[in-house]
Ligand binder design. Structure first.
Ligand SMILES: Cc1cc2nc3c(=O)[nH]c(=O)nc-3n(C[C@H](O)[C@H](O)[C@H](O)COP(=O)(O)O)c2cc1C
Length: 368
């Protein structure tokens, strides 16, 4: 089975990948986030990934506010280990687990850009932060173990960490990061390793390496991938939307983003940039895998573009190289969720890759 997830746009939403003064933008209001979440729940998405950073609303508060408006969909919410203690993180996730009836998944974001972290008063370099992440995850798991957990390391010194109750289920820990330090932490500590979309060959090479390292620690882990998507009834319609997005990007915006990407401290971001190198003529890096969004957007820049059948086939291809979890998104997030959820997901469901829709197919009144 595939775990099919969508994205909660807590940084706001727009039809444009790089909104300007002419764009019609949507605020990440409680009502709008609820609309996205409820649409995704109805269409059978498994979970919603909430991003974190100064460009977004606070991930835990925004996500918690959606809990009572939904009943089934899960929430993949991030901690940044440099910003809080692992016992507090364990307590927050444990509370979220009870308040949501077991719908909390935890993501760990170590963070890449020094300037962004400095806003929070964090000035450690990335290697140090990854070492901190490894200790943080160990203590969080210890606090969920049901026994008082003590740990003394380089970053944390905790005595008898625990939570009021053991969360049920204990949240699985997701994690992303493409540098060597990230791969090492992933192999040693996390349950599911996330990557931004690249070609199947490049992804498989990295995942094989992480899986081999995990095996050295006697561990087996799951893998996940993050993509945007533009899926339409026909390939021509989907590519017309992609080309419209490309045409909306000014050369100045592409050049400005290029300068940023060349200075990034994130290996993952650098790899996303290198998929296109700023060249607008070489964006389909693999059939139906389009790097156009990454010309101007930081984070994941690749999209699965094509007919419903083509996008479903590509997802199955990535699944066949060992990817269990997909985190999809599109502009705007409400409408693209519908294109994908009503176009691509029924094909995957029909082929047995997704669970049956709760409540099954429904009847709609017709005049005949
Ligand atoms: C699927 C996925 C989601 C991510 N979400 C966030 C996020 O919400 N906020 C953030 O600052 N970084 C996010 N990241 C970035 C990583 O967590 C990590 O901090 C960064 O890639 C570190 O750089 P590295 O690639 O050099 O290891 C995400 C990465 C992936 C793969």
């Amino acid at each position: 089975m595939i775990e099919m997830n969508w994205f909660l746009p807590t940084g706001g939403d727009s039809r444009d990948v790089l909104p300007d003064e002419n764009s019609v933008n949507r605020a990440p209001s409680h009502a709008y986030l609820a609309q996205v979440a409820r649409a995704c729940e109805d269409m059978g998405f498994e979970a919603l990934l909430t991003p974190c950073g100064t460009g977004c609303e606070d991930a835990w508060l925004a996500t918690s506010s959606i809990i009572p408006l939904t009943s089934r969909i899960k929430f993949l919410v991030a901690f940044r280990p440099a910003l809080l203690t692992p016992t507090l993180a364990a307590q927050m996730a444990s509370t979220m687990q009870r308040m949501s009836n077991g719908r909390c998944l935890v993501n760990i974001v170590t963070g890449a850009e020094q300037a962004e972290l400095a806003r929070f008063g964090v000035n450690e370099d990335k290697e140090t932060r990854y070492a901190r992440t490894a200790e943080f995850v160990k203590i969080m798991r210890g606090a969920w173990s049901g026994e008082p957990y003590s740990f003394k390391g380089e970053f944390f010194d905790v005595t008898d960490a625990t939570t009021r109750e053991v969360p049920n289920p204990v949240p699985p820990i997701y994690f992303g990061g493409a540098s060597e330090a990230a791969e090492k932490v992933a192999a040693e500590t996390v349950d599911l390793y996330l990557s931004w979309g690249e070609t199947p060959t490049d992804i498989k090479e990295r995942h094989d390496r992480v899986a081999a390292r995990a095996a050295e620690h006697g561990r087996k882990m799951r893998f996940g991938i993050r993509f945007h998507t533009i899926a339409r009834p026909t390939s021509e319609e989907a590519w017309a939307v992609a080309n419209g997005i490309l045409n909306s990007m000014s050369p100045e915006a592409i050049e400005a983003a290029r300068a940023d990407f060349l200075n990034t401290q994130s290996v993952g971001q650098r790899r996303q940039y290198e998929l296109h190198g700023g060249d607008v003529t070489k964006l389909e890096i693999y059939p139906n895998v389009w790097a156009g969004i990454g010309l101007v957007r930081g984070g994941v820049g690749t999209a699965l573009v094509g007919s419903y059948e083509e996008v479903a086939d590509r997802i199955i291809e990535y699944h066949n190289i060992g990817i269990d979890a997909f985190v999809m998104s599109g502009y705007p997030h409400l409408e693209e969720a519908y294109w994908f959820g009503e176009g691509v997901m029924p094909i995957l469901r029909e082929k047995g890759y997704l669970p049956a829709l709760e409540g099954g197919p429904t009847k709609v009144f017709s005049f005949r």
